[in-house]
Write a protein that binds this ligand. Sequence first.
Ligand SMILES: Cc1cc2nc3c(=O)[nH]c(=O)nc-3n(C[C@H](O)[C@H](O)[C@H](O)COP(=O)(O)OP(=O)(O)OC[C@H]3O[C@@H](n4cnc5c(N)ncnc54)[C@H](O)[C@@H]3O)c2cc1C
Length: 556
Amino acid sequence: MSAPNTQPSAPAPAPDVDVLIVGAGLNGLAMLHEARTHGLRVRIVEAAPEVGGTWYFNRYPGARTDSESWMYSYSFDRDLQQEWDWPERYPAQADMLRYLQHVADRFDMRRDISFNTQVEAAWFDENVHLWFVRTDQGETICCRFLVSAAGQLAKVVEPDFPGLESFRGDIVVTARWPEHDPDMWEKRVAVIGTGATGVQLIPVVAEMASKLTVFQRTANWVLPARNYTVSPAKMRRLKATYDELWRLARSTPSGMGVRRTERRYSDVTPEEAERIFEGAWEQGGLSMQLTTFADLVVDEKANEAVGSFIRRKIRAIVRDPRSAELLCPAPENLYGARRIPLGHHYYETFNRDNVELVDVSDNPITEMTPTGLRLADGSEHEVDVVIFALGFDAYTGAHSAMDIRGTDGQTLAQRWSQGAATFFSMAVDGFPNFFLLGGPHVPLGNALVAVEAGGRWVADLIEHTCRAGMTRVEVTSDAVALHGDRMDRNLQATLLRHGGKLGAWFLGANIPGKPVAPLLNYGGILDFKSGIDTEQEDGYPSFTFGRAASPVDVGA
Ligand SMILES: Cc1cc2nc3c(=O)[nH]c(=O)nc-3n(C[C@H](O)[C@H](O)[C@H](O)COP(=O)(O)OP(=O)(O)OC[C@H]3O[C@@H](n4cnc5c(N)ncnc54)[C@H](O)[C@@H]3O)c2cc1C
């Protein structure tokens, strides 16, 4: 990127579109819909050959949602909701992709999507208040507003072990899983990484491999998902109650459509607490967080109690005492300080004869050899296939990978070098007419509520700008600074503040050199919704508006 941001190379061109969106995942498609609904000319540029984002790329065996299907789908169109039947409580990747393809086709979205096209750079021209966006296809697209929906978990942590090239077997990265599975039948397979992805993958690979070796650095709190097939009767009941479920989802911190308990751990006896934990364990999914006690990640005693309950479950399930102890999170690994994965017979998998758990917390993998992996103590593990499930450069990674330059020539990556700075995850000072969806500071909870509310909010603000005859909108630095304080306060109010020591990707602590700072809004959906609703009701006091000397035609 080299174009200066104050000197257009030619007289003000007519913009190609009002809104250019980067990415055709859940956020990009929702934004496309909102932009059209607001009468804006819109186009998506998508690097992949298909819609879906997360659900296009993460096709590893066992990939599925942790949110319940009926709450992890769009609510913006009643007919869409009513005509779609979910097969399972937690849809598998293929079902999620099929759903998003259906949405794209049903709303004729593909005509406004350029596939196989990557945005490389973008710069803002202060003279005409237009963005110029360069793609890897050699095109420069001119737009009035630029929206990055480049992904929350889209920039993959790459394996960089010495000797990687020398390995003679197959290497696969979960978030770039090939269309056809590598041959794992009766092979010796290694899985490196036991975060949410590894937890989903491991039980499925164990069924195929002759021997599965799991390399674990940190044990996670894995809750049983208790997936089930959604019966026609259940689906019918869900369809009849969608409005109520969504009303609940928008008014609870988790955005899950489940009424959150207000009960505190200190309200009950230890025996009663045990009964409550047991009920949630049986119900599965996120019941432990949502229905047991409101202070699990706030009160240390409550946190210890849930931790001790889960450790007892692990020891009861896993027969080999050594493996059971390795799978029990350490005392300093507070419940909830890292993302809590849902397991599908995860702990039970370690009772299989063909599964071995290797602790690499103090004895890390030092290199790959032609035939496998070598650990610090010199021990070698011979394998045929290595699967890397190393996680993501979350929330900032995909957005700042593009060379997007604001008014003073600063890139997003530079703006965020001391930690992510946003206004409710959607706007950044110094980047006028630019919005993020799925950026840092999205609320912790079910993504879909923020996806829909965010897309609508951005489209409303663009419409507001255009209707006022303005051509430039930018959030103030003061508002971004105040919002940063709010994100810190929300984090400090919970025990999740200890996540940095544990390498939590929620805080950027999994990426060497990344500032350890909140990447999520720990106030959840309620804090996010109340913040953006107030801003809108008050007429956008946190934004400044301007008009170019010779403004171009306004689309809205
Ligand atoms: C396995 C897995 C399971 C998950 N389960 C849940 C769940 O149950 N509940 C939940 O709330 N969240 C879940 N998430 C989080 C999930 O990422 C979000 O819910 C959601 O899918 C994010 O949508 P998005 O549109 O922001 O990003 P993505 O789906 O990542 O889409 C971003 C798109 O942008 C494109 N792109 C990026 N950079 C460029 C560029 N420079 N040029 C052109 N195109 C570009 C990418 O190719 C991609 O298609 C899960 C994530 C993973 C990985």
